[in-house]
Design a protein around this ligand. Structure first.
Ligand code: GDP
Ligand code: MG
Length: 440
């Protein structure tokens, strides 16, 4: 699948231009690819619609092909859907703040409970109490206790014969008395979502009034992710999702499904069995994984650079022949804006110190560059080709037309002359120009 989607996007990237039919075909493939990545059908449908809406009528950045634009839009919508806004655990409530962990058996609840407790106590200096409400598996409470000892976080003493609700109440009581900031409630899971589990979770929620209810889910979950997320979201006031086993080779489809179905943020990611294998969730990474590409945005940027370099080469060729006119300068100014103005350009050129000082007088910041572009566009075509014909009356007209002063026009013409000379001189040598325009 990943290779396939990459292949499709590659094909788009290489196209010169895309017709509407091409976009539709691309989206059909994106749709199929998402389904293969185990993203739920409804979610895929909505997603593709979003991309389509965005793609139609979107301005295609000049130096990027429409195909690359579609690629970027797919990536952007994916990141947005996954939650572009970084979210983390909210402790903004009167202590003790209860955090309830829910999910299926084996999803990583107990491990994640301890990981979060470690993070809160070490990094955020909170006093944390952990309690296991898992009375179903004999060793479950013991497991959390051992982890607590390992990470140096207190766990509620084990008392035999209590129900999960009773343990939750005891944990809250102990936390109040003991001056704890946070209580982590690790619950029992089932192999499948069933009514008994949901009833138990709802009772615990009522008893402990948790500030956060985190659904812990395995990133390898396939189409079940939607039913799972929906079931928990309907019965509990979920506040977020933790995806575990992101260190595995899952394709991340579960992330998109669960996020879309619940609308709840994915707050954390488990990336291993060790106690510090917990990370903030990075939508960009999962988006990249779902699309099977490292970094689509950089791909688009690289393509844009290539196209700019082609334009630059054409200009450089003209300059070498001494034919650098004001149209070329206008094009140059546009590119300069992209790479950080004249200082940026000069910074790329070796041995240019003296010239740099001269040109610094022109103080080429963004505003100045825009003004210069305005001056050039107020000239006639003939004037742009042959700036020598620009005498006082023409300059006055141009200044008026561009909302500048004759001095500004003069300064621009001077800069053009300097640049033309400088470039002609450098064009004779080898490295200079080629370096300047990244054609080396
Ligand atoms: P619970 O039944 O939901 O409490 O699940 P556990 O916390 O007991 O975890 C089940 C297994 O998954 C354990 O062997 C954990 O070490 C492992 N596990 C949990 N989170 C991760 C993770 O992010 N990555 C990996 N590779 N393993 C994990
Ligand atoms: Mg457990």
């Amino acid at each position: 699948l990943q290779e396939r989607l990459s292949g499709i996007l590659d094909a788009l990237t290489r196209r010169g231009a895309l017709t509407e039919a091409d976009v539709a075909a691309a989206l059909r493939e994106v749709r199929r690819a998402l389904l293969e990545a185990d993203v739920a059908l409804d979610v895929v449908r909505d997603f593709v619609e979003k991309v389509r809406e965005r793609a139609i009528g979107a301005d295609v950045v000049k130096s990027v092909t429409p195909g690359q634009m579609v690629v970027k839009i797919v990536h952007d919508v994916l990141v947005e859907t996954l939650g572009a806004d970084a979210q983390t655990i909210d402790l903004n409530a009167p202590p003790p703040v209860a955090i309830m962990m829910v999910g299926l058996q084996g999803s990583g609840k107990t491990t994640t409970t301890a990981k979060i407790a470690k993070r809160l106590s070490e990094k955020q200096k909170r006093k944390v109490l952990m309690a296991s409400l898992d009375t179903r598996r004999p060793a479950a409470q013991e497991q959390l206790k051992v982890l607590g000892e390992q990470i140096g976080v207190d766990s509620l003493p084990i008392v035999a014969g209590q129900t999960p609700v009773q343990i939750a109440q005891r944990a809250m009581q102990a936390a109040r008395l003991g001056g704890y900031d946070v209580v982590m409630l690790d619950t029992a899971g089932r192999q499948f979502v069933d009514e008994a589990l949901m009833v138990e979770m709802a009772e615990i929620e009522t008893a402990a009034s948790p500030h956060e209810v985190l659904l812990v889910a395995d990133a390898l979950t396939g189409q079940d992710a939607v039913n799972l997320a929906r079931a928990f979201d309907e019965r509990l006031a979920l506040t977020g999702i933790v995806l575990t086993r992101l260190d595995g080779d899952g394709r991340g489809g579960a992330a998109l499904s669960m996020r879309a179905v619940t609308g709840k943020p994915i707050k954390l990611a488990g990336v291993g069995e060790k106690m510090d294998a917990l990370e903030d969730f990075h939508p960009e990474r999962i988006a990249g994984r779902i699309l099977g590409m490292g970094d689509i945005v950089s791909l688009v940027e690289k393509a844009a650079e290539t196209i700019d370099a082609e334009k630059a080469k054409a200009i450089a060729d003209k300059m070498r022949k001494g034919a650098f006119d004001l149209d070329d300068l206008a094009e140059q100014l546009k590119q300069m804006q992209k790479i950080g103005g004249m200082q940026g350009v000069l910074g790329m050129m070796p041995g240019i110190g003296k010239m740099k000082k001269q040109l610094e007088g022109a103080n080429l910041d963004d505003r100045v560059i825009k003004r210069q572009a305005a001056i050039i566009s107020s000239m006639t075509r003939h004037e742009r080709r042959k700036p020598d014909i620009l005498k006082a009356s023409r300059k006055k007209r141009i200044a008026a037309g561009s909302g500048t002063r004759v001095e500004d026009v003069n300064r621009l013409l001077k800069m053009h002359r300097q640049m033309a000379d400088m470039m002609k001189a450098m064009g004779k040598g080898k490295g200079g120009l080629a370096k300047l325009f990244g054609m080396g």
